[in-house]
Design a protein around this ligand. Structure first.
Ligand code: HSE
Length: 436
């Protein structure tokens, strides 16, 4: 039997890892796929750099379209990243009747609806396991393993770089920029690391997870996105004193009005497994009505962890190439004509508990003022910490934990706190999820 010929677009961290894993585990992989898989060519930006990698038997080119148009190639593996050119290549590959494997979360989150429609029309597969949570087979788990369930919510640590930074800050007191530089050197971070630290990468991944969990179209623009760049070491240690860890979480939850899609730093009780996911590891907790909570854990970034997911997708594609397209697993888990129009809810309608930190004047009556603001709005306070003022300072940090409350009401509470003459602006807020 002729081997299945694959063309790689990109030989960066993940591309090189993919070529390496395919070569090293060739026998095991072909025993699983039922056919040999041969990387025929790879499109790269810098030929000299790619040649220095010493990957044998793979023709190198700088012309990505020559790979996409090569009639011998039946699977195009897009590992370039970026959106515009990647989209062009993927759409042309589909037009040429080729199957596509991609690790590109931005591409899927932003253009997936169009790409899947085109693939559907052409009977092509577009596989994207590597787009979410690196080596964890989370797409397969939700799309296939949990197919019996109505999923109420999922919450995950889905950016390895961000989790690496928060873990090193907490465990070793390291500086944010220093840890970010290490994450870049280790190949964890995005080409533009603001995607990691400002939560955009996690928002891309949450868009995909929410879509396959709830059977809704991909809607990146509806995700509320906040990164970790404003987290201070004070908040990390106050959270710890209260029995919590700060993690950057993606949350998708069905509510009575629609679906909450949000990505932000979150306090999690330290006894929860998710609170103990550290370094570059990712974890996703999925709550289905039949299976109950299930938790998926693994390395969220890095060359071979991501390559593991890419190669698994190639194997899947090779196994099902000859199947009737109508009998394949649908791209977004639900049959395309059965996607739901469950709408994303606005930020004001989100519901969570809150951690608030404010600087207040060290004078009698301040605590009473703060309590009154919340009492008047019917917001219950769960815990209050008042710290000693720093030497030569007349302000004291006050830290509060509230019960679950609607975000619109909390905005009003914070506005009233900031209007108090005894409280300095701004009041720091971090959402709290018990994940119970
Ligand atoms: N920059 C991403 C992360 C890579 O750190 O999670 C994996 O998607």
């Amino acid at each position: 039997m002729e081997p299945v010929k694959v063309g790689l677009l990109g030989l960066g961290v993940v591309g090189e890892g993919t070529a390496r894993v395919l070569a090293r585990n060739a026998q095991e992989i072909s025993r699983r796929a039922g056919n040999r898989i041969e990387v025929k060519s790879a499109a790269v930006r810098n030929l000299g750099k790619a040649e220095a990698l010493g990957i044998e038997g793979v023709a190198l080119t700088t012309d990505a379209m020559s790979v996409v148009d090569d009639p011998e190639i039946s699977v195009v593996v897009e590992l370039m990243g970026g959106c515009d050119f990647a989209r062009e290549c993927v759409m042309r590959a589909i037009e040429n009747g080729k199957h596509v494997v991609t690790a590109n979360k931005a591409l899927i989150a932003l253009h997936g609806n169009e790409i899947f429609q085109a693939a559907q029309d052409k009977g092509c597969m577009v596989a994207f396991e590597a787009a979410v949570a690196g080596g964890i087979p989370i797409i397969k788990a939700i799309r296939e393993g949990l197919a019996a369930n109505r999923i109420a919510w999922l919450a995950g640590i889905i950016n390895g770089t961000g989790n690496f930074i928060l873990s090193e800050m907490r465990e070793k007191g390291r500086d944010f920029d220093d840890v970010l530089a290490e994450a870049q050197a280790l190949g964890y971070a995005e080409a533009d690391p603001t995607f990691d630290v400002e939560g955009i990468d996690a928002a891309h991944k949450l868009t995909i997870l929410a879509s396959i969990a709830f059977g809704i179209p991909l809607q990146f623009e509806a995700v509320y996105t906040e990164g970790i760049s404003a987290i201070t070491s004070e908040d990390v240690s106050y959270a710890e004193e209260l029995g919590y860890r700060i993690k950057h979480l993606g949350v998708a939850r069905k509510s009575k009005d629609g679906v909450e899609l949000r990505v932000h730093p979150t306090l999690i009780p330290e006894r929860r497994l998710l609170a103990n996911v550290n370094g570059v590891m990712n974890a996703v907790l999925v709550n289905g009505d039949a299976a109950g909570p299930t938790l998926y854990y693994g390395q969220g970034a890095g060359a071979e962890a991501t390559a593991s997911a890419v190669v698994a997708d190639i194997v899947d594609v090779v196994r099902t190439m000859t199947a009737d397209p109508h009998n394949r697993v649908p791209h977004l888990a639900f049959q395309p004509e059965s996607l739901s129009n469950l709408a994303p809810v606005s930020q004001d309608a989100f519901e969570s508990a809150y951690y608030l930190r404010m600087e207040a004047c060290d004078q009698p009556g301040v605590m009473a003022d703060v309590s009154r603001v919340f009492g008047d709005l019917g917001i219950s306070i769960e815990a209050i910490l008042q710290k000693e003022p720093a030497e030569d300072s007349s302000v004291v940090p006050i830290i509060l934990l509230t019960r679950r409350v609607n975000e619109g009401l909390m905005n009003e509470g914070i506005a009233r706190l900031e209007a108090l003459s005894s409280v300095d602006k701004p009041v720091v807020r971090i959402r709290v999820e018990s994940l119970g």
